[in-house]
Design a protein around this ligand. Structure first.
Ligand SMILES: C[C@@H](O)[C@H](N)C(=O)O
Ligand SMILES: C[C@@H](O)[C@H](N)C(=O)O
Lengths: 159, 159
């Protein structure tokens, strides 16, 4: 199908938190996001992949940079209950999204986006998709480089 | 803020593929989705979390069930180039999404969704979010149980 990329969006006001090795059993995600919700912490991305070992998995989510310290405190206080192995905060990321109109499948947009970032040697840390977007987290230092390269790749450079 | 959940969506026509321990360096995501795009395989969700060890990470994506065998073949053919440790296909999943209107933050919807699934002892395998949705992959056998519980939890049971 014809894939129309209508724009590139980005947010520099995101910080990520990764909880390493949470228990992969019912109730754990609820025990993480319950306290975050009760503390009125804004969460944008939530990314969890399957468990490798059938027992644990990692969970990453993003918050506004101003909420990072508070979110870390809330989760550290729950560490005993939750039993995660480590908590890694990182405010050094930017979220970059390619927005597609009429994307019945993400595969073409994903291929182009990932190839463009690869050509600039930009490592992709986190990937997430929605109906209209393919989003990645990359190191914040690459923001302008990534945006320029993606605009060119999708022919969005017009003035 | 007032979070309005406008509906629950689901798709039974999704199969997931997890590539375990892909190299976490620029070019790897491109090398995975390039061949998939060239084989015209439809990809819906793509979920990748950060690397635990700084060297490898896992990547999960979903395809229509009818595309699963073909997607597996494409990637197995690239195994030498890509160097992943294992490929795990799984057609036994359903994607369930809570759709929120005016969700400035996903945290309230996520808390409710995850608590509801936990109460039914439904394990959450994969989590991904977008502007208007919080989506999970769970085992397909829980489809009706999850949908009923979520409709009740969000007060969408009206007849
Ligand atoms: C890790 C977490 O998502 C867990 N599987 C749960 O269902 O809550
Ligand atoms: C794992 C994969 O996303 C890799 N980090 C890349 O940039 O391509």
């Amino acid at each position: 199908e014809k894939q129309i990329v209508s724009g590139i969006a980005y947010s520099r006001d995101e910080a990520k938190i990764t909880l390493l090795k949470v228990q992969d059993r019912p109730g754990v995600a609820a025990a993480i996001f319950g306290p975050l919700a009760d503390s009125a912490i804004n969460v944008d991305m939530i990314v969890q992949n399957v468990s490798d070992d059938g027992r644990t998995t990692d969970l990453t989510f993003t918050v506004p940079k101003a909420d990072l310290d508070r979110a870390v405190k809330v989760l550290e206080a729950k560490r005993g209950d939750l039993g995660f192995q480590a908590l890694k905060p990182d405010s050094n990321v930017v979220k970059v999204s390619v927005i597609g109109v009429g994307m019945r499948s993400h595969v073409g947009v994903a291929k182009q986006m990932f190839q463009t970032l690869a050509e600039k040697s930009i490592n992709i840390q986190v990937i997430s998709t929605s109906e209209i977007k393919v989003s990645v987290l990359i190191a914040e230092e690459y923001t302008e480089l990534a945006l320029r390269a993606l605009h060119t790749a999708y022919g969005l450079d017009a003035n």
